[in-house]
Design a protein around this ligand. Structure first.
Ligand SMILES: C[S@@+](CC[C@H](N)C(=O)[O-])C[C@H]1O[C@@H](n2cnc3c(N)ncnc32)[C@H](O)[C@@H]1O
Length: 381
């Protein structure tokens, strides 16, 4: 491939820091390769530096932006690959192949299905460079499933969103492939299916719409929820879905529970005591608001404020723990620096900063929230 010639690769490396907009306006110094193709490689390398550093080596080709955005990160893919092992692995939505590369590393035979020919060619080339073998199938996965008679130990899917109507309720029908249409077929070819979904999807809806779910992992990286990983099993022994809340690249412990447990749990309430607990975003996404109170013997501040409190410090809480005291607004001095948190409180952090003439920063927290008695301000010690 021309893009891999020494001259063009040298040009790419020399321009890694150049402004890409101005570069795009220039004429390509190479006759056979356009500036657009060159810029695509520069962008790819830049994305790879953060998202998939294992691809920062000679000979790797990067696809267009959309495929880079749709690909999983190396860190989540590596996490998902833990404990996966077997003979035959099938990824029905290969994309740029990041998930497939890691998830299949302990399998003997790997099949990647992708409808986008150009993308599949890139993956095929890169896997050659990385020394990995696979059957690369350029096909619509629905057609593949109709023709296929093979069985697999694990089938993986990471569906793409058909449209970007961000405010619309997220439904499984909005995905390509439509999982509801192919689920039966999937269970015919494998006893175990893993599906990656957007964190925007509602977990109760997911459980009621898709059958045979054994487990859902809510995966956050540095407290930003990145994906829901759904495990489907043909022979389900337990009816109740296990939920795991994971915050990678943090010190937080994993929080596990059974989905139905939350329904039967009840919170106890209290005014702020000596410690304040703020669950991480994976736990908040799980909706286990009462279970957090029960399992850690903590009291909730208010039905709509997912903050908890205790007299004595509880260890291994999946989130932030602050030693606090309740203060009067007069104690806030003009010009002081705080990390401001506002939850279930009428003022936004910006309004708070303006009103009290304080700014962001430092290592103390100021928390504006509500307990059952009304508005409260808490300060970390
Ligand atoms: C979100 S991306 C997958 C990213 C991949 N997991 C990774 O880590 O690089 C989804 C891919 O599925 C492909 N796809 C969607 N619907 C498909 C279908 N019906 N048949 C085959 N491929 C499909 C899309 O072309 C897209 O490349």
């Amino acid at each position: 491939m021309l893009i891999l010639s020494k001259e063009i690769q040298n040009f790419i490396h020399a321009n890694l820091k150049t402004d890409l907009h101005s570069l795009l306006l220039k004429k390509s110094p190479f006759q056979e390769v356009s500036m657009q193709e060159i810029v695509q490689q520069i962008k790819g390398r830049k994305v790879a530096e953060k998202k998939f550093p294992f691809l920062l080596r000679e000979g790797i080709i990067f696809p267009p932006n959309l495929n880079l955005e749709q690909a999983s990160s190396q860190s989540t893919a590596e996490f998902k690959s833990q404990n996966l092992k077997g003979q035959k692995f099938l990824d029905l939505t290969s994309g740029f192949g990041i998930d497939a590369y890691f998830l299949s590393r302990n399998f003997e035979e790997i099949t990647l299905v992708e409808q986008n020919l150009d993308l599949l060619e890139i993956v095929k080339h890169n896997w050659g460079i990385l020394g990995r073998k696979a059957n690369f199938v350029r096909e619509n996965l629905e057609d593949f499933l109709t023709q296929n008679h093979e069985k697999f130990d694990l089938v993986y899917l990471d569906p793409a969103r058909r449209d970007e109507h961000k405010n619309k309720k997220f439904l499984l029908e909005d995905l390509s492939p439509n999982l509801l249409e192919i689920q039966e077929k999937l269970l015919e070819i494998s006893d175990k299916i893993i599906i990656k979904l957007s964190p925007l999807i509602d977990i109760s809806y997911l459980i009621s719409a898709l059958g045979n779910i054994s487990r859902i992992e809510i995966i956050a990286v540095k407290n930003e929820v990145k994906e829901l990983l759904v495990f489907i099993e043909k022979d389900l022994r337990n009816e109740d879905v296990e939920i795991s809340c994971i915050n990678l690249e943090s010190e937080d412990s994993v929080f596990n529970f059974k989905f139905k447990e939350e329904k039967s749990a009840a919170s106890e309430f209290s005014e702020p005591l000596d410690f304040l607990y703020i669950p991480n975003n994976a736990v908040l996404k799980s909706g286990a608001f009462n279970l957090v109170s029960c399992k850690f013997a903590l009291r909730k501040l208010h039905p709509n404020t997912h903050f908890y409190t205790s007299r004595k410090k509880v260890e291994n809480f999946p989130g932030r723990v602050l030693e606090i005291r309740t203060i009067d607004s007069k104690e806030i001095k003009k010009g002081e620096k705080y990390n401001i948190i506002s939850k279930n409180h009428p003022l936004s952090p910006d309004e708070i900063k303006k009103k009290y003439r304080i700014s962001d920063g430092g290592n103390r927290y100021l928390i504006f929230t509500q307990s059952e008695r009304g508005k409260v301000i808490l300060k970390s010690l």
